[in-house]
Ligand binder design. Structure first.
Ligand SMILES: *Cc1c(COP(=O)(O)O)cnc(C)c1O
Length: 378
């Protein structure tokens, strides 16, 4: 993975796109202490750290229940299964997302149905939703992509009308706010990933399902551990998707700094905006009204995306593309469907370096390389 290619080229430090190592170093003392506590405690999966983290994280999001699981993909898979989604059902989502969103729908046995996105915000376009609903539709998964909240109100209204579950994919939106409440508190259920580069990242894999409905939380708890209601006695189907104590203890430390870290990302996004807004041919992120975008990624758009990307690489600046091939065009999912907005932006989007520890001087290096390219090389 690109973000792991730390180090120097010819003595010049590479500026990475994300940097989980620096985040560990920021909170090293507290994280090392948490790890030592777990190692000495002797309980390594689903113990007191997981229970405490589930409560603290649910509280942070503003919901009553949290269930720690193995990954973000598993959180989605378990949430779908808890809602009763099964073989032959359809689940509506976007093609412009991590493939994990669609993979989880397939894991639940269902068929992903893709709708297009809003051209300004890159999130599920509510105007395209109604026509995608069929008698087989069971759920909608809106994705708060890049940390930008989805326009949830009309989606929830459509779901109510057709009696569908709404499962928010919050894997890129820990702490983002839509109309004065955090995302993850609007849907029937919401799913988070703690992959190391996410806004709240573990030192390995992890995920969480949150909900205000104890019955759904109870189902996820059964499903994540063989259907056990008590040890060694299965009451339902189930498999193994547990969160471990080490990850939970580390996530508890980092949760205390999540708002401060998101504020740093927002400040960096403001600097990018100020420095890049005058460049012709470069589109910058547009923030939705009544929402807080927490900039998991800072994504710009331009016609000669690959050329700029190569130019930055030559100047030791790493960038990424989230995502280069829309899911409905990937071999595993391609059924010849056309989604105009999704396809057009996939060729033009570029994720610039963005993480809380990114220094202002480094951001200025990125900005000045982009400026040089856009004004002199284009
Ligand atoms: C990261 C991500 C996931 C999957 O999370 P994992 O923990 O990697 O399984 C799902 N959806 C979106 C939008 C993501 O960014």
């Amino acid at each position: 993975m690109d973000y792991l290619c730390a180090g120097s080229q010819g003595g010049i430090m590479t500026i990475l796109c994300a940097n989980p190592l620096l985040q560990y170093q920021s909170y090293k003392e507290e994280i090392d202490e948490a790890i030592a506590r777990v190692l000495a405690g002797g309980r390594y999966v689903l113990g007191s750290e997981v229970k405490a983290f589930e409560e603290e994280f649910a509280d942070y999001i503003g919901v009553s229940c949290g269930v720690g699981v193995g990954s973000g993909t598993e959180a989605l898979h378990l949430a779908l299964a808890a809602c009763g989604v099964t073989a032959g059902d359809e689940v509506i989502t976007v093609s412009h997302t991590a493939v994990a969103t669609a993979a989880a729908i397939r894991l639940a046995g269902a068929v992903p149905v893709f709708v297009d996105i809003e051209p300004n915000y890159y999130t599920l376009d509510p105007a395209k939703l109604e026509t995608a609903v069929t008698p087989k539709t069971k759920a909608i998964i809106p994705v708060h992509i890049y940390g930008q909240p989805v326009n949830l109100d009309p989606i929830i209204e459509c779901a109510k009308k057709h009696k569908l579950f709404v499962i928010e994919d919050c894997a890129q939106a820990h702490g983002a706010v839509y109309k004065n409440k955090r995302v993850g508190s609007y849907g029937d259920m919401a799913c988070f990933s703690f992959y190391p580069t996410k806004n709240l990242g573990a030192i390995g894999d992890g995920g969480m399902v949150v909900t205000n409905q104890p019955e759904l939380a109870g189902k996820v708890k059964l499903l994540r551990e063989y259907g056990w209601a008590q040890r060694y006695v299965s009451h339902t189907d189930g498999w193994n998707s547990r969160l471990d104590e080490l990850q939970a203890s580390i996530l508890r430390v980092k949760l205390r700094y999540l708002d401060a870290d998101n504020a740093k990302r927002i400040k960096l996004a403001g600097l990018y905006h100020k420095e890049l807004s005058k460049l012709n041919g470069l589109s910058l992120p547009i923030k939705r009204e009544n929402a807080t975008h927490i900039f998991h990624l800072y994504v710009v758009r331009l016609k000669k995306r690959d050329e700029l990307r190569n130019y930055l690489k030559e100047h030791q600046i790493n960038t990424l593309v989230h995502y280069p091939v829309p899911i409905h065009r990937q071999p595993a999912y391609n059924k010849g469907q056309k989604l105009a907005v999704t396809e057009s932006i996939a060729k033009e989007i570029l994720s610039l370096p963005m993480y809380p520890e990114l220094k202002q001087s480094e951001l200025e290096t990125v900005v000045s390389a982009i400026r040089t390219y856009m004004t002199e090389k284009l």
